[in-house]
Ligand binder design. Structure first.
Ligand SMILES: CC(C)=CCC/C(C)=C/CC/C(C)=C/CC/C(C)=C/COP(=O)(O)OP(=O)(O)O
Ligand SMILES: O=P(O)(O)OC[C@@H](O)CO
Ligand SMILES: [Mg+2]
Length: 253
């Protein structure tokens, strides 16, 4: 077996040699296809690097397919699934974060759902990208749904230990997640320690709403920043555009 990175993973590595990346997460349960398409189109103009699609609840079947298709029709950004379970797989997406929730108490979220989804990913020909998913306090909905034991915010070393374990298990990305809509992003001290310990790219998401917060997360060591709620809940497409621009400035400098 020869290790060969897929198209989307290669794109990520290629881009990371030049700049920090901004991924926008849309939840098909909250955003209709037409709006998702428009956000992706604006995102591409502004310099967003990829669209992530998923949610903890309800992001499945036709609702999911509709959003992925709309994004593909209105932009050429890579579409990466961010599944809450094996139900969150759409044949229309380019890639999928094949994630294991390392600090879950429930084996379903560590390997069970992955086994149930593996053949679907193969059949659809979606590019799986192995990823260590680590939930930090407060964890919000995904912390509860994923039955996580959230990493205490003042214990960066525990996060770093999980991240390094993920890398040693062969995962090629590490995602530190404070939870969608978290009151505060993952603390900079934790991002910094995790970044110093691992060699694979570090993704950070959850609670990033302002340019200042995005900049802090990047300066602390994040390679890829995920924003979702701030854009989904901007209030109008015009405001979503302003938010995308603001967050993108914080990330790209
Ligand atoms: C790889 C395969 C097939 C499955 C992995 C399944 C795993 C491990 C899931 C982790 C646990 C989980 C419930 C993740 C959900 C991730 C997610 C999409 C969160 C963000 O969604 P938002 O819509 O921003 O927020 P909500 O949590 O409010 O829906
Ligand atoms: O919705 P927000 O708070 O931006 O979080 C994005 C992502 O990390 C959630 O999984
Ligand atoms: Mg959601």
């Amino acid at each position: 077996m020869k290790l060969q990175l897929g198209k989307v993973e290669s794109y990520i590595h290629e881009k990371l040699t030049k700049e920090k990346l901004h991924f926008v997460l849309l939840d098909p349960d909250d955003v209709p296809p037409e709006t998702a398409g428009k956000i992706a189109e604006m995102g591409e103009e502004i310099g967003v690097d990829a669209m992530m699609i998923g949610g903890s609840t309800g992001a499945e079947g036709e609702v999911l397919d509709g959003v992925v298709k709309a994004i593909k029709e209105s932009s050429s950004l890579p579409t990466i699934l961010f599944p809450g379970s094996h139900g969150g797989i759409s044949r229309y997406a380019d890639a999928l974060f094949f994630m294991s929730l390392l600090n879950s108490r429930n084996p379903f979220f560590i390997t069970g759902s992955q086994a149930l989804g593996a053949f679907t990913v193969k059949r659809y020909g979606i590019e799986p990208i192995p990823m260590a998913y680590i939930i930090v306090e407060p964890g919000e909905t995904v912390g509860w749904v994923g039955d996580a034991k959230p990493i205490p915010r003042h214990k960066p070393k525990i996060a770093a230990a999980y991240a390094l374990a993920g890398q040693y298990l062969g995962m090629r990305l590490v995602y530190l997640e404070a939870g969608s809509g978290a009151p505060q992003p993952v603390p900079p001290e934790m991002i910094g320690l995790v970044k110093r310990v691992i060699d694979v790219p570090l993704i950070v998401g959850g609670g990033i709403r302002t340019e200042e917060q995005a900049r802090t997360v990047v300066e602390a060591g994040a390679d890829i920043v995920v924003t979702g709620t701030a854009i989904e809940k901007a209030g109008s497409l015009e405001k979503a555009r302003e938010k995308l621009e603001e967050l993108n400035r914080g990330i790209k400098g």
